[in-house]
Design a protein around this ligand. Structure first.
Ligand SMILES: C[S@@+](CC[C@H](N)C(=O)[O-])C[C@H]1O[C@@H](n2cnc3c(N)ncnc32)[C@H](O)[C@@H]1O
Length: 217
């Protein structure tokens, strides 16, 4: 069954939204306290990364550490990723997208990233040969994502087991210390892949009734 179309035009601009330029960019969604964002931007000074985190305390921790380390190619962003992506990103702008250890949403499968109509919009922002890295410690989360990739999104991917000494994020450290199996999918966007949003230009702060933050986040 085709997934219902994401209502991009209905997204209100995030609070204090600032537009970005249309240059190649990497994006992390749900960056937490920014461990991966700080590492990645340090290791790839030639790439620009915007690390989005919705929860205020975690965003502030990332911002504080970023001020200490000072990577000029990293921009921490306090926002809900959905409206921010719709307002900020241009089609095919994203080189690499990271979603590392997303909330498993046990009672709300429709809120898992690959089950959301928004995922189609996200693919439209990805450059040809761009990648999405999706990591999880929950085998069923990875299996469901694989099924969605095959049956709904028709995107190629590679499945990898994460090494037990990897330490990219706070959650990764915690899960690997507990001896849990952590896996990731590296999803890539082939040439000639089309979505219903390929001509959708960023709203750039139009529609400016600001989004309310969720649960005080
Ligand atoms: C389980 S934590 C993982 C954090 C980090 N990636 C790590 O591995 O340590 C998931 C994070 O995603 C954030 N998040 C969930 N939905 C989001 C959204 N729509 N926009 C931005 N951040 C979101 C949550 O606030 C939370 O910090």
């Amino acid at each position: 069954m085709p997934i219902r179309q994401f209502q991009a035009h209905r997204m209100h601009a995030p609070r204090d939204f600032q537009a970005i330029e249309n240059h190649p960019i990497c994006i992390e969604i749900g960056a937490g306290k920014g461990k991966h964002a700080l590492l990645f931007s340090g290791q790839h000074p030639d790439l620009k990364l915007i690390a989005i985190e919705r929860t205020r305390e975690k965003f502030l921790a990332m911002q504080k550490q970023h001020q200490l380390e000072g990577q000029s190619n990293l921009t921490p962003m306090h926002a809900d990723a959905l409206p921010w992506v719709v307002h900020a990103l241009f089609p095919q702008q994203v080189q690499q997208l990271f979603i590392l250890y997303p909330n498993p949403e046990p009672h709300n499968p429709a809120q898992r990233w690959l089950n959301m109509p928004f995922f189609e919009f996200l693919i439209s922002r990805l450059a040809v040969n761009g990648t999405i890295t999706l990591a999880s410690n929950i085998p069923e989360y990875i299996e469901e994502a694989e099924q969605q990739l095959k049956q709904v999104w028709h995107l190629p991917y590679e499945k990898q087991v994460i090494a037990s000494d990897s330490a990219r994020t706070h959650f990764e450290v915690k899960y690997l210390e507990r001896g849990e199996l952590c896996q990731q999918l590296i999803i890539s966007k082939p040439e000639n892949y089309t979505t219903r949003f390929d001509d959708f230009q960023p709203l750039r702060g139009q529609n400016t009734q600001v989004t309310e933050s969720k649960d005080g986040e």
